[in-house]
Design a protein around this ligand. Structure first.
Ligand SMILES: [Zn+2]
Length: 286
């Protein structure tokens, strides 16, 4: 896909950035760690294979890669399979990445979520699960909503997705609001743009450490592709995380959410969001 085409499809200003903090205290994360950090990468981008995964491997950290079916390149399937085999998580980001037309201007109507209905969207998510199973052999996958939206023909498909059991956990991109309970099917994440430094990202991690919370970070390109962060900033973040593995738990999205789901006592059964202060640079979601 040409860069201009890709850029033309990049839509709305991110709805919000959020630090999700459960009321969990240091003793409540595995190994008595003070915070949990999840590193997620969207859209099956080449720079994720070429830059992000080698950087994660060098740091001994595991990430989650939300793949888009029609962005998968046959020549790269084996590399995704190898990434999964070494412990990175492959997640579902639909096949066609249909977003509301407002997020894709100009866009062919066929490619927008207005052209879908709820059963069509769920059928696509089911088929993408099958594609992922063919790659990684796993029967369960987590999900990330394209553009942070969950509309099909203008109808919220999250209730039907919950009822379907197709996915256990969904990463979103929306601002959670004060005191909102952590919803495993609508987990916010924080994004950074190309101007962001490693120090900016590390500051977010330190906030999570102070609050005893969970921080989900979202990336697209790393050192390439679109909505990128620089390879340098990303590497500095990973270096910090690697240096603090005794106090910060870095694990794939499903692993961390499995832990949260199986330890409701950590937060009296109701984990809470703690929004960040408005110091985040705006970025786009896709
Ligand atoms: Zn996406």
């Amino acid at each position: 896909m040409r860069v201009a085409s890709i850029l033309s499809r990049i839509g709305s200003v991110l709805l919000g950035v959020a630090l999700i903090a459960t009321q969990a205290q240091a003793r409540q994360w595995p190994g008595g760690r003070q915070a949990a950090v999840v590193l997620t990468y969207d859209d099956a981008l080449s720079s994720d294979l070429d830059v992000a995964i080698p950087a994660l491997d060098a740091a001994g950290l595991k990430g989650t890669f939300f793949l888009v079916g029609n962005a998968l390149k046959p020549k790269q399937i084996e590399r995704w399979r190898a990434a999964a085999a070494e412990g990175h998580e492959l997640g579902n980001h639909t096949i066609r990445h249909a977003c509301p037309q407002a997020n894709y201007t100009p866009a062919r109507k066929l490619d927008t979520s207005e052209a879908y209905d709820v059963p069509m969207m769920l059928a696509e998510i089911r088929t993408m699960n099958t594609m992922l199973t063919a790659i990684d052999g796993k029967l369960q996958h987590s999900f990330a909503t394209p553009c942070g939206q969950h509309l099909a023909g203008g109808v919220d498909y999250l209730p039907a997705l919950r009822a379907s059991g197709l996915v256990r956990y969904t990463r979103s991109a929306s601002w959670p609001g004060d005191g909102k309970a952590l919803d495993p099917m609508d987990v916010p994440c924080r994004w950074f743009d190309e101007k962001s430094t490693g120090a900016d990202m590390i500051a977010a991690v330190k906030s999570a450490e102070r609050s005893g919370g969970l921080l989900v970070l979202g990336f697209h390109g790393v050192g390439g592709d679109y909505l990128r962060v620089t390879a340098k900033a990303h590497a500095e973040l990973l270096a910090y995380l690697r240096e603090h593995t005794d106090t910060i738990w870095v694990a794939p999205f499903s692993t961390v959410m499995d832990y949260v789901a199986s330890h409701p006592e950590n937060s009296g059964g109701k984990p809470q969001f703690v929004p960040l202060k408005a110091t985040n640079s705006p970025t786009s979601s896709r």
